[in-house]
Design a protein around this ligand. Sequence first.
Ligand code: ATP
Length: 271
Amino acid sequence: MSATDTQAQASESAILSVRNLAKSFGGLKAINDVSFDAQAGEVTALIGPNGAGKTTVFNLVTNIMSRDAGRVMFAGRDLANLSPVKIASLGLIRTFQSARVFPGMTAIENVMVGGHRLGRHSLPSQSLWLPGARDEERTLRLRAEEMLELVGLAPFADMHATELPMGAQKLLEVVRALMAQPKLLCLDEPAAGLNDTETQELANLLRAIRKLGIPVLVVEHNMSLVMNVAGRIVVLDSGAIIATGTPAEVQSNSRVIEAYLGREGQGHAAT
Ligand SMILES: Nc1ncnc2c1ncn2[C@@H]1O[C@H](COP(=O)(O)OP(=O)(O)OP(=O)(O)O)[C@@H](O)[C@H]1O
């Protein structure tokens, strides 16, 4: 089998295939010929030193930013020219580095919002509070309660989301994304700003998500978290991929060690 055949085969089992992605900001090649897959039923981690281009990859994949070149296939569909909203409606759901909870809503309402993507009832029937819409709302609330339970936030269900500590808000955002029953969940530094207990809750949640078979693409700096939950790791450095493999393979890769440790003291080391 040729290398091309192998690559084509890999793409078939992938929920997300990124090929030859490129993006420059002025003279800076932020993303340079980046190709990788996120496999169905697996947690894929995208790691790399600060400024490596991880968030830019997320922004290019979800069309929040336009790319200069490359192709992104999601669940067999080319995402070119699709709006971020359309991409989310296809089941590619992402979170952001800084938590984005909806102000003026309680924690549970924030989580329930995630499930409305799947609602069958129209806005008029919801606003008239017709029986079908009522049942749907009840089911959503029950699922949201389960989600809050999963991350230890059930006691805070009726608090205003913005009154919760930042770490709790980030967990809330992850479970809200999960409520949308994603075909691929993309998490941008979910552990940033979390304390030890919250990081543990997040690790448990990621393991639960993995068990459910929901594929995850996660950008993360917390190496012990990544090494524990990811099946496959893609390492970016200065906009290019320098290694791909299992946690063990990546940990012993000399280019990866150089990318992180070689710059220790310059604020680039992984935490
Ligand atoms: N909108 C933009 N305009 C100009 N330069 C940008 C823009 N977005 C990102 N960059 C630059 O592109 C490079 C990659 O940035 P990016 O935020 O994707 O890195 P990252 O790996 O996510 O970093 P971090 O781990 O610090 O979040 C950096 O040099 C950054 O300064």
